[in-house]
Design a protein around this ligand. Structure first.
Ligand SMILES: [Mg+2]
Length: 363
């Protein structure tokens, strides 16, 4: 099979009035998504998506994704989408770096591969290892009362795991996380996530105030070495997120014992092909893994869900839906959410439908 055409579409995704706040004054009211449609000489179409979380969260941005995809588009024609490893190697020859942009093409290839095989993508990744995965709710930063009110609303929907975001201000953060430690029920997981927004002294101050109280700590500082310095002085389970991008990062993390769990965004690591390596790395290292798309519609959500549902059982895994704050109307299918759990139907490929007429075609 050969790729015969590459089309790009731009799709804004608004948060319907919610302002999502992260440490360091970062806030988000909408995302800018890009969809890739690959067509083939077999008449099978595949979809992929890259939707960065703004421009100041990870080294990825929507305009950069579209520029990288435009540069690579012509060189993708003639490649076999049922050989995603070869497509990834070809993309690396066409353009160095920019794994987030390449993720959209990689995901579209897996969609085609699954449709051609008549199998869901997770079957091609080794097979389903769980019927359902507990959902993780993402609690953007706010006052203690505001954050706990949102916890209560999610509890009513069966959610038992939460990623609570820091403000970056140590005094305010101590107040928030003390209140959260107090409110946590024994069967609940609460992750204190600073998204790299604290200095080492600030992290030691805040995390020291709630260490050993049943919370998990995630990416307190920007770099791996800063995070390691903090981890060494804490007893609570430690998660890395933004510091794990490349295979070299993974070997460092394992060698240094820098994490007890890793949090992955499929696009950050370069798509499903490379996420599979992260998935298996966690199994080898005995780490828990938390899965998600950085943002986007059912297309990006499904890509993350197929990798998560095929993760070897054992360590507890969690899944955040990138559609928690905005369900984009132009795509449907993929994972479903009920009673605080994510389920994934067995439709071929990603199992999603895209309504092209609602998208703005740019290539
Ligand atoms: Mg995180």
């Amino acid at each position: 099979m050969k790729i015969t055409d590459v089309a790009l579409f731009r799709a804004p995704i608004a948060f319907a009035g919610t302002t999502y706040k992260l440490s360091g004054g970062r806030s988000y009211e909408a995302l800018d998504s890009t969809l890739v449609r690959l067509e083939t000489d077999a008449g099978i179409t595949g979809w992929g998506e890259i939707c960065p979380w703004g421009r100041d969260y990870l080294p990825e941005f929507a305009e950069g994704a579209r520029a990288a995809l435009t540069v690579m588009a012509e060189g993708l024609k003639g490649l076999d989408p049922c050989n995603p490893a070869a497509v990834n190697a070809a993309m690396d020859r066409l353009l160095m770096g920019h794994p987030y942009a390449k993720a959209a093409v990689d995901v579209a290839c897996w969609d085609i591969f699954g449709k051609a095989a008549g199998q869901p993508v997770h079957a091609l990744l080794g097979g389903r290892q769980a019927e359902r995965i507990p959902m993780l709710s993402s609690l953007y930063n706010g006052t203690p009362d505001d954050m706990l009110a949102r916890v209560e609303a999610s509890r009513a929907e069966g959610v038992r795991s939460f990623s609570a975001k820091a403000s970056g201000d140590p005094a305010a953060d101590i107040e928030v996380f003390r209140a959260i430690a107090e409110a946590r029920r024994p069967d609940e997981t609460f992750i204190v996530d600073a998204n790299g927004g604290w200095s080492v002294p600030a992290a030691l101050q805040v995390l020291g105030a709630v260490d050993g109280r049943g919370l998990m700590f995630e990416q307190p500082c920007a770099t791996l070495s800063e995070c390691l310095g903090v981890k060494e002085r804490m007893v609570s389970p430690f998660v890395l997120d933004e510091s794990a991008i490349t295979a070299e990062d993974l070997t460092q993390i394992l060698r240094l014992g820098a994490a007890d769990a890793l949090h992955f965004k499929i696009s950050r690591v370069g798509g499903i092909t490379r996420a599979r390596m992260f998935r298996d790395f966690c199994a080898v290292g005995g780490l828990s893994s938390f899965w998600e798309a950085s943002g986007g519609s059912a297309v990006a959500d499904a890509a993350a869900a197929h990798v998560a549902i095929s993760a070897p059982a054992g360590a507890p895994h969690k899944f955040w839906s990138c559609q928690e704050y905005a369900a984009a109307a132009f795509a449907s299918g993929g994972p479903t959410y009920e009673d605080g759990m994510m389920s994934l139907p067995d439709a071929p490929g990603l199992g999603v439908e895209v309504s092209e007429s609602e998208l703005e075609q740019i290539l």
